[in-house]
Design a protein around this ligand. Structure first.
Ligand SMILES: [Fe+2]
Ligand SMILES: [Fe+2]
Length: 242
């Protein structure tokens, strides 16, 4: 695979872009994404305050900012949510923030002005203007009680939030041969138990998944099913042993 130009937005599937950057000092990389669907766009896990200028530049390079209708955030952490008020300043009114109602209770403390779209109260899906639907998959306690993943049936990308993430200073945009170990280390410490993890992995059984796009670590293109099976069988909750 040709080495991608990490200074630009990278199209990971038709109309879907990675809009993060090569944050060399960070072991825990953050991955924002945007889906462009005709004249509408959906921003996923937009990022933190220090990341905002770079992410905004990349988002603006692929879409007219006024076309962003929705920001999806898988949970309330500052590394994916803190920039939402900054985006609101430049995107203007008409924006909504899609998340679980449990996460919304905490996310409102960032000082948002946009209304929430509670995924758990809207049939676990979001319908775009074109009729295209994004599906939400509940992943409770991984690592937040209201955490969820987003699945796009058109590109077959699973935007997995913290799940399938990894902590590693040796980073590449697409997962390589060492990714499995980095992913396991992150989950062993960050996720509560194998039983809880396995329940979420079971929900992915019936889905056709071409690519897993996590909020941390690298994008998994090669044999996503293998990584699902690794997590299904992984012993977690290592901090319980300290
Ligand atoms: Fe998190
Ligand atoms: Fe995270």
């Amino acid at each position: 695979m040709q080495k991608p130009d990490l200074d630009r937005a990278i199209e990971i599937a038709p109309g879907t872009y990675w809009v993060g950057f090569d944050d060399e000092k960070a072991g825990l990389r953050c991955n924002p994404y945007i889906i462009v669907d005709g004249d509408e766009a959906v921003l996923i896990e937009p990022g933190s305050v220090p990341h905002f200028p770079i992410v905004l530049r990349k988002v603006a390079s692929v879409v007219d900012l006024r076309e962003i209708s929705t920001i999806i955030v898988s949970h309330q952490d500052p590394d994916l949510c803190a920039a939402i008020p900054r985006f609101e300043e430049v995107l203007g009114p008409g924006l909504k923030v899609a998340t679980h109602s449990r996460a919304a209770i905490l996310i409102q403390h960032y000082g948002l002005s946009s209304p929430f779209y509670h995924v758990d109260q809207n049939g676990w899906e979001l319908t775009l203007k074109s009729g295209r639907k994004l599906k939400f998959i509940f992943a409770p306690y991984l690592h937040f009680p209201g955490a969820f993943m987003t699945y796009d049936p058109v590109t077959k990308i699973l935007f997995s939030g913290d799940l399938f993430g990894a902590f590693s200073f040796d980073w590449s945009l697409y997962a390589g041969e060492f990714y499995e170990e980095a992913m396991k280390a992150f989950h062993e410490n960050y996720m509560p138990s194998q039983e809880i993890l396995a329940r979420a992995m079971d929900k992915l059984e019936h889905l056709e998944i071409a690519m897993i796009a996590p909020q941390h670590g690298s994008i998994i293109c090669d044999n996503p099913r293998h990584y699902i099976n690794v997590l299904r069988n992984l012993d977690c909750g290592d901090y319980m042993l300290e």
